[in-house]
Design a protein around this ligand. Structure first.
Ligand code: ASP
Length: 324
């Protein structure tokens, strides 16, 4: 056999072996990496998905929290993982804000990952400690402006959604306050409940129960319309902060080079999980919208990521905020 034929035969063997391997996927548990601490909004989405994916995949799906640096540590971990479908990332809008926020980012969100699926969209709520003096958004803004030197805004790290919302708030009212980074909403919210910080802007999934219980004060929601789950809470736009809209969308990513046959299986399992009535109801009760499963495709995630990078890059660069 000529050298060329031997090489071609070997290459064909590799292709057949790898496609057989992809067909057999998964033969062991799949891990979903969450870039924030357990108990927060991203964790909630990932655990809900993981539960519903286990049956269609025929394997357990484990959630691991790799928190820190606004989600960039987890994204770097998944970028560097083997591209075999066993390590996935559930991230949020931070995937699109990190390129503008981080001078040195270890990954390119658009080119270092395989897009897998879009999952949910959740609005944010502007909340403060329960004894915060202001009664509505106008009083809140006036109080923040008058007391900026002594107020602390909590967030889940540079590049987190709460950080983005906090940046927008500060630039909208043209007032800067001290910001305190945590490794996730669970920690930031605990600090707010303990009155160690003054205010926070975070997803309704984790703030709704505290707003209803009166353990925090709520001033507004970042959606375009009021939430059916919090009908008395005005949108920030209607309350006077014109155009203040942020939706925290979650997507699932795999390392670049994960075979298409494997991605297809993951997409099918995620879509199946998104159909689970329990998951849909739990998310809706907390103010989230679960995407229609058939729209939850790699192409939809790629388009969303690209348009959000284009949307937030200029806003962040104008605010002049960077992390090294
Ligand atoms: N909601 C958080 C954020 O502000 C992160 C988390 O899910 O804990 O990005």
């Amino acid at each position: 056999m000529s050298m060329f034929l031997r090489f071609a035969a070997a290459a064909a063997g590799v292709v057949i072996a790898s496609s057989a391997w992809a067909q057999a996927f998964p033969t062991k548990p799949v891990t979903i990496v969450v870039p924030f601490t357990a108990g927060g909004p991203t964790d909630l989405v990932a655990r809900g998905l993981a539960q519903g994916m286990a049956k269609p995949l025929g394997q357990s799906v484990i959630v691991e929290n790799t928190a820190g640096a606004g989600g960039t540590i987890a994204a770097t971990r998944v970028k560097n993982a083997a591209p075999d479908g066993y390590t996935l990332l559930v991230h949020h809008i931070g995937m699109s804000t990190a390129p503008a926020l981080y001078r040195k980012l270890a990954y390119n969100p658009l080119t270092d990952f395989e897009m897998v699926a879009m999952v949910v969209d959740t609005p944010m709520t502007l909340i403060a400690r329960s004894d915060f003096p202001a009664r509505d958004v106008n009083e809140f803004v006036a109080y923040v402006k008058a007391n900026k030197a002594k107020l602390n805004l909590a967030h889940a790290g540079i590049g987190s959604a709460s950080h983005l919302c906090g940046l927008l708030f500060q630039s909208t009212i043209q007032t800067e306050v001290t910001t305190i980074p945590f490794k996730g909403t669970a920690d930031a919210l605990n600090a707010l409940l303990a009155k160690q910080v003054d205010f926070l802007c975070d997803q309704s999934t984790n703030t709704t129960q505290h707003i209803n219980a009166g353990t925090v004060k709520a001033y507004g929601v970042t959606s375009k319309a009021r939430l059916p789950t919090l009908p008395n809470l005005p949108t920030l736009d209607e309350a006077g902060l014109k155009g203040f809209h942020v939706g925290v969308w979650n997507g699932v990513y795999a390392p670049k080079g994960t075979p298409k046959a494997v991605v297809d299986k993951l997409v099918a399992a995620i879509q199946q999980s998104m159909k689970e009535p329990d998951f849909r109801k739990r998310m809706a009760d907390l103010g989230s919208t679960v995407y229609a499963p058939e729209q939850s495709t790699p192409a939809a995630l790629a388009a969303q990521l690209k348009s959000e990078i284009d949307r937030w890059g200029p806003v962040i660069r104008a605010a002049g905020v960077y992390a090294d």
